[in-house]
Design a protein around this ligand. Sequence first.
Ligand SMILES: Cc1cc2nc3c(=O)[nH]c(=O)nc-3n(C[C@H](O)[C@H](O)[C@H](O)COP(=O)(O)O)c2cc1C
Length: 351
Amino acid sequence: MLSVNRIALAPMTNKQSNEDGTLSDNEYKWLVRRAEGGFGMVITCAAYVSEDGKGWEGELGIWDNKHVEGLSRLAEGIHETDSLAIVQLFHGGSRAPQSITGVQPWSSSAHIIPGTPLKKIREATVFDIERVISDFTNAARRAYNAGFDGVELHGAHGYLFHQFLSAEINKRTDQWGGSFENRCHLLRTVLQNLRQELPTSFIIGIRLSPEDRANFKGVDFDEAIQTAELLADEGADYIHISAWEALKKPDKYQEGDKTIIRYFRDALPEDVTVMVSGEIWTKEEAEKCLAEGADMVSLARAAIGNPSWPKLANDKKFEPVRPPYTHDQLKAVDVSDSFVDYLKRWEGFVK
Ligand SMILES: Cc1cc2nc3c(=O)[nH]c(=O)nc-3n(C[C@H](O)[C@H](O)[C@H](O)COP(=O)(O)O)c2cc1C
C-alpha cells in the first residue's frame, strides 16, 4: 500500500451530504481541501451501505448507483493532489434510528443501547445478515467503479460490525454469534467477499476499537488483537486502530510498558499497515506513534482547523491552531454551517 506520506485524514462525519446521500459541494470542498493540504490518504466520513443503515442526517450514501457520480468527482478531486482516496463503509445497526430510516433498527441481538431511552432493537435474521453482506460488497464495488483506491470497513465505535464483535451485545447462538470466531464471522465474510470480488490492488482497511469506551462495550483487548490477526490472514491491507489517545497503554495492561500501537504491531505481519488515531496534534506526537511501530497516523480534530497540517508540519515554527474556533475561522477552512452545528456537540470545539 503506497501513500505519498504517512499522514491520513481520519474519517469524520461532517453532515454535509445531500438528503439522499449524494455528495454535496460542501463535502467535496471539505475533503479536497485536506488532500491539497498534503494528507497522503483521505478517508471519507462513514458512508452508509444500506438504506436501513443510515445513522444520521447529512450522511454520505453509497447504497445506490445514484451515489457514484458524486463519488467519482470526489475521487478525481482527491487524486489531483496525489493523495489516496478511501471511502469508509458503514452500517449503523442498532444505531440507525427508525426516525431516519423508517424501519425498526436491527443488530446482532435484540438489545437496548445503554444510556438511551428504551428502544426496541430486533435481532437480525439470517436474511438481514446475507443482505448486508451483499450491500457491503456492492458498496465496495461502487467505490471501485468511482475510482477510489480502497475502502475502510468501519468495525469500531459501536456500529454494526462492532455490535457483532461485542461479547456484550452479540448473544446469538448460531454461526454469527457466541464464540469469538462466530462474532468475527460477519466482518470476516465481508472482507473475504471484497477480496474475491475486487482486484488485489484495491486497498481494504478495517477500523477497530481496541477496547471499551463510553457506550462502545464488549470488546476485550486480546480479542481485538486476535480480530486484527484474523483479518490480516484474510488479506486486510491495513488495520486502523481507533484508540482516541494514540499513545496510550491498553486499559487491560496498564502495568506494562507497551502501548496499544506496539501490541498491534508485534501481532501483525509486517506487510499489514498499522494506522492509529487519537489526540495527535503535533509533529512530535505523530513521530512518537511511528517510533512505537505505527506505519501511518490519522488526524481528525487537528485536521479541521489545520487543513494543511502535513505541508506545514516540517516547518519547525509550525504550531497547529487549536480549538475553540470561531464560526468564521471554521468557514475559512471549508467547514460549512451544518458541519459547524455538528461540531458544537464536541466540547470546547466551537466558540
Ligand atoms: C467531527 C468528528 C466526526 C467523526 N466521525 C467519524 C466517522 O465518521 N467515522 C469514524 O470512524 N470515526 C469518526 N470520528 C472519530 C475520528 O476519526 C478519530 O478517531 C477521533 O476523533 C480521535 O482522533 P483525534 O483526536 O485526532 O480527533 C469522528 C471524529 C470527529 C471529531
